[in-house]
Design a protein around this ligand. Structure first.
Ligand code: ADP
Length: 312
Protein backbone atom coordinates (compact mmCIF):
# COMPACT_ATOMS: atom_id res chain seq x y z
CA UNK A 1 0.00 0.00 0.00
CA UNK A 2 1.49 3.41 -0.94
CA UNK A 3 2.27 5.32 2.20
CA UNK A 4 2.25 8.86 0.84
CA UNK A 5 2.26 10.77 -2.41
CA UNK A 6 5.95 9.90 -2.80
CA UNK A 7 5.54 6.39 -1.33
CA UNK A 8 8.22 7.09 1.28
CA UNK A 9 7.40 5.53 4.66
CA UNK A 10 9.34 8.28 6.44
CA UNK A 11 10.25 11.78 5.37
CA UNK A 12 11.98 14.20 7.68
CA UNK A 13 12.54 17.75 6.46
CA UNK A 14 14.58 20.37 8.26
CA UNK A 15 13.97 18.84 11.70
CA UNK A 16 15.12 20.92 14.66
CA UNK A 17 14.90 19.76 18.28
CA UNK A 18 16.23 21.70 21.24
CA UNK A 19 16.53 20.80 24.89
CA UNK A 20 16.93 24.14 26.68
CA UNK A 21 19.84 25.95 25.06
CA UNK A 22 21.17 22.78 23.39
CA UNK A 23 20.17 22.07 19.79
CA UNK A 24 20.30 18.26 19.65
CA UNK A 25 18.87 17.89 16.12
CA UNK A 26 19.91 20.69 13.82
CA UNK A 27 18.16 21.08 10.44
CA UNK A 28 18.16 17.38 9.64
CA UNK A 29 16.51 16.06 6.47
CA UNK A 30 16.32 12.45 5.36
CA UNK A 31 13.84 10.04 3.87
CA UNK A 32 13.53 6.29 3.79
CA UNK A 33 12.47 4.78 0.44
CA UNK A 34 9.95 1.95 0.28
CA UNK A 35 11.70 -1.37 0.86
CA UNK A 36 14.92 0.38 1.84
CA UNK A 37 17.14 -0.30 4.84
CA UNK A 38 18.55 3.03 6.05
CA UNK A 39 21.14 3.27 8.84
CA UNK A 40 21.67 6.33 11.01
CA UNK A 41 25.20 6.39 12.42
CA UNK A 42 26.70 8.72 14.98
CA UNK A 43 28.67 8.75 18.24
CA UNK A 44 26.88 8.85 21.59
CA UNK A 45 24.87 12.04 21.92
CA UNK A 46 24.77 12.67 18.15
CA UNK A 47 20.97 12.95 18.21
CA UNK A 48 19.98 9.59 16.69
CA UNK A 49 17.46 8.52 19.35
CA UNK A 50 15.97 12.00 19.48
CA UNK A 51 15.47 11.86 15.70
CA UNK A 52 13.65 8.52 16.03
CA UNK A 53 11.52 9.84 18.89
CA UNK A 54 10.52 12.88 16.83
CA UNK A 55 9.74 10.62 13.86
CA UNK A 56 7.36 8.63 16.06
CA UNK A 57 5.77 11.72 17.59
CA UNK A 58 7.13 10.87 21.04
CA UNK A 59 9.18 14.10 21.20
CA UNK A 60 7.82 17.36 19.82
CA UNK A 61 10.07 19.04 17.25
CA UNK A 62 10.86 22.75 17.45
CA UNK A 63 10.77 23.04 13.67
CA UNK A 64 10.55 20.90 10.55
CA UNK A 65 8.13 18.56 8.84
CA UNK A 66 7.74 14.83 9.40
CA UNK A 67 5.58 12.42 7.42
CA UNK A 68 5.37 8.87 8.77
CA UNK A 69 3.51 6.28 6.69
CA UNK A 70 1.75 9.11 4.87
CA UNK A 71 0.58 10.78 8.10
CA UNK A 72 1.80 14.15 9.38
CA UNK A 73 3.67 13.87 12.68
CA UNK A 74 3.03 14.87 15.42
CA UNK A 75 -0.56 15.76 14.33
CA UNK A 76 -1.51 12.18 13.42
CA UNK A 77 1.35 10.33 15.10
CA UNK A 78 -0.94 7.85 16.83
CA UNK A 79 -2.47 6.73 13.53
CA UNK A 80 0.97 6.56 11.91
CA UNK A 81 2.39 4.46 14.75
CA UNK A 82 -0.24 1.78 14.08
CA UNK A 83 1.67 1.00 10.87
CA UNK A 84 5.16 1.08 12.37
CA UNK A 85 7.15 -1.46 14.40
CA UNK A 86 9.62 -0.23 17.02
CA UNK A 87 12.57 -2.04 18.59
CA UNK A 88 13.76 0.30 21.36
CA UNK A 89 17.35 0.53 22.53
CA UNK A 90 16.55 -1.22 25.81
CA UNK A 91 14.25 -4.21 25.86
CA UNK A 92 11.00 -3.36 27.62
CA UNK A 93 9.31 -6.74 27.58
CA UNK A 94 6.84 -7.35 30.39
CA UNK A 95 8.70 -9.51 32.94
CA UNK A 96 5.47 -10.87 34.43
CA UNK A 97 4.39 -12.49 31.19
CA UNK A 98 5.55 -15.36 29.03
CA UNK A 99 6.81 -14.89 25.46
CA UNK A 100 3.40 -15.69 24.01
CA UNK A 101 1.66 -13.38 26.48
CA UNK A 102 4.03 -10.54 25.62
CA UNK A 103 3.03 -10.87 21.97
CA UNK A 104 -0.67 -11.03 22.86
CA UNK A 105 -0.58 -7.96 25.08
CA UNK A 106 1.34 -6.00 22.47
CA UNK A 107 -1.09 -7.07 19.75
CA UNK A 108 -3.93 -5.57 21.79
CA UNK A 109 -2.25 -2.14 21.62
CA UNK A 110 -2.72 -2.41 17.88
CA UNK A 111 -6.38 -3.34 18.19
CA UNK A 112 -5.77 -6.98 17.31
CA UNK A 113 -8.17 -9.36 19.00
CA UNK A 114 -6.93 -12.44 20.84
CA UNK A 115 -7.76 -14.75 17.92
CA UNK A 116 -5.79 -12.66 15.42
CA UNK A 117 -2.71 -12.58 17.67
CA UNK A 118 -3.06 -16.31 18.38
CA UNK A 119 -2.97 -16.94 14.66
CA UNK A 120 0.17 -14.82 14.20
CA UNK A 121 2.02 -16.03 17.29
CA UNK A 122 3.52 -19.30 15.97
CA UNK A 123 5.04 -17.56 12.94
CA UNK A 124 6.40 -14.74 15.11
CA UNK A 125 7.96 -17.16 17.60
CA UNK A 126 9.44 -19.17 14.73
CA UNK A 127 10.86 -15.98 13.19
CA UNK A 128 12.54 -15.26 16.52
CA UNK A 129 13.72 -18.87 16.87
CA UNK A 130 11.74 -19.09 20.12
CA UNK A 131 9.15 -21.78 19.40
CA UNK A 132 10.60 -23.79 22.28
CA UNK A 133 10.24 -20.80 24.64
CA UNK A 134 6.59 -19.95 23.98
CA UNK A 135 5.66 -20.49 27.64
CA UNK A 136 8.93 -19.24 29.17
CA UNK A 137 9.05 -16.15 31.34
CA UNK A 138 11.17 -13.20 30.27
CA UNK A 139 13.69 -13.58 33.10
CA UNK A 140 14.51 -17.05 31.78
CA UNK A 141 15.59 -15.73 28.37
CA UNK A 142 19.16 -14.82 27.36
CA UNK A 143 19.93 -11.30 26.12
CA UNK A 144 19.85 -12.51 22.51
CA UNK A 145 16.48 -14.21 23.03
CA UNK A 146 15.01 -11.04 24.54
CA UNK A 147 16.20 -9.02 21.55
CA UNK A 148 14.68 -11.54 19.15
CA UNK A 149 11.39 -11.49 21.04
CA UNK A 150 11.40 -7.68 20.99
CA UNK A 151 11.93 -7.83 17.23
CA UNK A 152 9.11 -10.37 16.82
CA UNK A 153 6.89 -8.21 19.02
CA UNK A 154 7.56 -5.20 16.77
CA UNK A 155 6.19 -7.23 13.85
CA UNK A 156 2.90 -8.15 15.49
CA UNK A 157 1.05 -5.43 13.52
CA UNK A 158 2.80 -6.34 10.21
CA UNK A 159 4.43 -2.89 10.00
CA UNK A 160 5.35 -1.07 6.79
CA UNK A 161 8.32 0.51 8.53
CA UNK A 162 10.48 -0.94 11.28
CA UNK A 163 12.46 1.46 13.48
CA UNK A 164 15.31 -0.09 15.45
CA UNK A 165 17.46 1.77 17.95
CA UNK A 166 20.84 -0.01 18.25
CA UNK A 167 19.33 -3.46 17.65
CA UNK A 168 22.49 -5.47 18.34
CA UNK A 169 24.24 -3.49 21.09
CA UNK A 170 25.33 -5.88 23.85
CA UNK A 171 24.78 -9.06 21.83
CA UNK A 172 27.39 -11.73 21.17
CA UNK A 173 28.45 -12.36 17.52
CA UNK A 174 26.13 -15.35 17.10
CA UNK A 175 23.12 -13.36 18.28
CA UNK A 176 24.09 -10.37 16.11
CA UNK A 177 24.34 -12.54 13.02
CA UNK A 178 20.91 -14.00 13.66
CA UNK A 179 19.36 -10.53 14.02
CA UNK A 180 21.10 -9.48 10.78
CA UNK A 181 19.69 -12.49 8.95
CA UNK A 182 16.21 -11.70 10.18
CA UNK A 183 16.44 -8.03 9.22
CA UNK A 184 17.67 -8.97 5.74
CA UNK A 185 14.74 -11.36 5.42
CA UNK A 186 12.27 -8.61 6.39
CA UNK A 187 13.79 -6.16 3.91
CA UNK A 188 13.71 -8.84 1.17
CA UNK A 189 10.01 -9.26 1.93
CA UNK A 190 9.44 -5.52 1.42
CA UNK A 191 9.53 -4.03 4.94
CA UNK A 192 11.30 -0.69 5.11
CA UNK A 193 13.82 -0.35 7.93
CA UNK A 194 15.43 2.58 9.71
CA UNK A 195 18.05 1.59 12.27
CA UNK A 196 20.55 3.41 14.40
CA UNK A 197 23.86 1.75 15.14
CA UNK A 198 27.39 2.26 16.41
CA UNK A 199 28.61 -0.66 14.36
CA UNK A 200 30.02 0.21 10.97
CA UNK A 201 29.99 -3.41 9.82
CA UNK A 202 26.31 -3.60 10.71
CA UNK A 203 25.57 -0.56 8.55
CA UNK A 204 27.80 -1.79 5.74
CA UNK A 205 26.13 -5.23 5.70
CA UNK A 206 22.51 -4.17 6.07
CA UNK A 207 21.98 -0.67 4.77
CA UNK A 208 21.20 0.38 1.22
CA UNK A 209 21.91 3.92 2.36
CA UNK A 210 23.21 5.49 5.53
CA UNK A 211 23.71 8.85 7.13
CA UNK A 212 26.45 9.85 9.54
CA UNK A 213 25.41 12.50 12.07
CA UNK A 214 27.10 14.33 14.90
CA UNK A 215 26.07 17.29 17.03
CA UNK A 216 22.57 16.95 15.56
CA UNK A 217 23.76 17.56 12.00
CA UNK A 218 24.05 15.28 9.00
CA UNK A 219 27.66 14.99 7.88
CA UNK A 220 27.34 12.45 5.07
CA UNK A 221 24.64 10.46 3.32
CA UNK A 222 24.54 7.85 0.56
CA UNK A 223 25.19 4.17 -0.05
CA UNK A 224 28.13 2.83 1.99
CA UNK A 225 30.25 2.83 -1.15
CA UNK A 226 29.23 6.36 -2.12
CA UNK A 227 29.99 7.69 1.35
CA UNK A 228 33.43 6.09 1.35
CA UNK A 229 34.22 7.35 -2.16
CA UNK A 230 33.04 10.89 -1.38
CA UNK A 231 34.66 11.41 2.01
CA UNK A 232 37.98 9.64 2.21
CA UNK A 233 41.09 8.63 0.31
CA UNK A 234 40.75 5.09 -1.08
CA UNK A 235 43.84 3.56 0.62
CA UNK A 236 44.80 3.32 4.27
CA UNK A 237 48.21 2.25 5.49
CA UNK A 238 48.48 1.58 9.23
CA UNK A 239 52.10 1.89 10.32
CA UNK A 240 53.60 0.85 13.68
CA UNK A 241 56.84 -0.40 15.15
CA UNK A 242 60.07 0.97 16.64
CA UNK A 243 61.21 4.37 15.46
CA UNK A 244 63.51 6.88 17.16
CA UNK A 245 61.19 9.42 18.87
CA UNK A 246 58.24 7.04 18.33
CA UNK A 247 55.69 7.02 15.54
CA UNK A 248 55.11 10.78 15.88
CA UNK A 249 58.76 11.20 14.80
CA UNK A 250 58.17 8.96 11.77
CA UNK A 251 55.03 10.93 10.92
CA UNK A 252 56.91 14.21 11.04
CA UNK A 253 59.82 12.94 8.93
CA UNK A 254 57.99 10.71 6.43
CA UNK A 255 54.28 10.07 7.06
CA UNK A 256 53.17 13.65 6.55
CA UNK A 257 55.10 13.90 3.28
CA UNK A 258 54.11 10.52 1.86
CA UNK A 259 50.38 10.61 2.64
CA UNK A 260 47.49 12.96 1.98
CA UNK A 261 46.58 12.77 5.68
CA UNK A 262 48.31 11.05 8.57
CA UNK A 263 46.89 10.63 12.10
CA UNK A 264 48.38 9.09 15.21
CA UNK A 265 46.10 6.86 17.29
CA UNK A 266 47.82 5.06 20.16
CA UNK A 267 51.11 3.73 18.72
CA UNK A 268 49.81 3.50 15.16
CA UNK A 269 50.07 6.06 12.38
CA UNK A 270 47.03 5.93 10.08
CA UNK A 271 48.06 7.16 6.63
CA UNK A 272 45.35 7.98 4.09
CA UNK A 273 46.50 8.07 0.49
CA UNK A 274 45.10 8.27 -3.06
CA UNK A 275 48.04 6.23 -4.30
CA UNK A 276 49.98 4.03 -1.89
CA UNK A 277 53.03 3.31 -4.11
CA UNK A 278 55.55 5.82 -2.71
CA UNK A 279 54.60 5.12 0.92
CA UNK A 280 54.81 1.33 0.49
CA UNK A 281 58.13 1.75 -1.28
CA UNK A 282 59.49 3.71 1.70
CA UNK A 283 58.08 1.17 4.20
CA UNK A 284 59.62 -1.77 2.34
CA UNK A 285 63.01 -0.23 3.17
CA UNK A 286 62.28 0.19 6.94
CA UNK A 287 62.82 -3.13 8.73
CA UNK A 288 61.91 -1.59 12.11
CA UNK A 289 58.40 -0.75 10.94
CA UNK A 290 55.43 -2.97 10.25
CA UNK A 291 52.38 -1.98 8.30
CA UNK A 292 48.94 -2.99 7.08
CA UNK A 293 47.73 -1.76 3.70
CA UNK A 294 43.95 -1.96 3.22
CA UNK A 295 41.06 -0.25 1.40
CA UNK A 296 39.40 2.61 3.30
CA UNK A 297 36.17 1.57 5.05
CA UNK A 298 33.19 3.17 6.70
CA UNK A 299 34.90 3.32 10.08
CA UNK A 300 37.67 5.46 8.57
CA UNK A 301 35.04 7.87 7.24
CA UNK A 302 33.22 7.88 10.57
CA UNK A 303 36.42 8.71 12.48
CA UNK A 304 37.39 11.36 9.95
CA UNK A 305 34.02 13.10 10.19
CA UNK A 306 33.35 12.72 13.92
CA UNK A 307 36.91 12.66 15.31
CA UNK A 308 38.78 10.16 17.46
CA UNK A 309 38.01 11.72 20.85
CA UNK A 310 35.96 9.72 23.35
CA UNK A 311 32.40 11.03 23.87
CA UNK A 312 31.66 9.73 27.34
P1 ADP B 1 22.21 9.42 20.47
O1 ADP B 1 20.98 8.57 20.33
O2 ADP B 1 22.83 9.74 19.15
O3 ADP B 1 23.20 8.86 21.45
P2 ADP B 1 20.41 11.27 21.77
O4 ADP B 1 19.39 11.63 20.75
O5 ADP B 1 20.01 10.26 22.80
O6 ADP B 1 21.75 10.84 21.05
O7 ADP B 1 20.86 12.57 22.57
C1 ADP B 1 21.27 13.75 21.90
C2 ADP B 1 21.53 14.82 22.93
O8 ADP B 1 20.31 15.22 23.51
C3 ADP B 1 22.41 14.36 24.08
O9 ADP B 1 23.29 15.43 24.43
C4 ADP B 1 21.43 14.10 25.19
O10 ADP B 1 22.01 14.31 26.46
C5 ADP B 1 20.36 15.13 24.91
N1 ADP B 1 19.02 14.72 25.36
C6 ADP B 1 18.35 13.62 24.93
N2 ADP B 1 17.14 13.55 25.53
C7 ADP B 1 17.07 14.58 26.39
C8 ADP B 1 16.06 15.06 27.30
N3 ADP B 1 14.90 14.42 27.46
N4 ADP B 1 16.33 16.19 27.98
C9 ADP B 1 17.50 16.85 27.82
N5 ADP B 1 18.48 16.46 26.98
C10 ADP B 1 18.27 15.35 26.27
Amino acid sequence: MPTSASGSPLQIEHLVKRYGAQTVVDDLSLSVAPGECFALLGPNGAGKTTTLRCALGLSLPDAGRITLCGEPVPARARQARMRVGVVPQFDNLDPDFTCTENLTVFGRYFGLDAAAVRERTPALLAFAGLEHKAGAHIQDLSGGMKRRLTLARALVNRPELLLLDEPTTGLDPQARHLIWRRLKQLVAEGTSVLLTTHFMDEAERLAHRLAIMDGGRLLAMGSPREVIAAHIEPHVVEVYGDWPEGMSGWMRDFGARLSARCELSGDTAFCYVDEAGALLDHLSRQPALRYLHRPANLEDVFLKLTGRDLRD
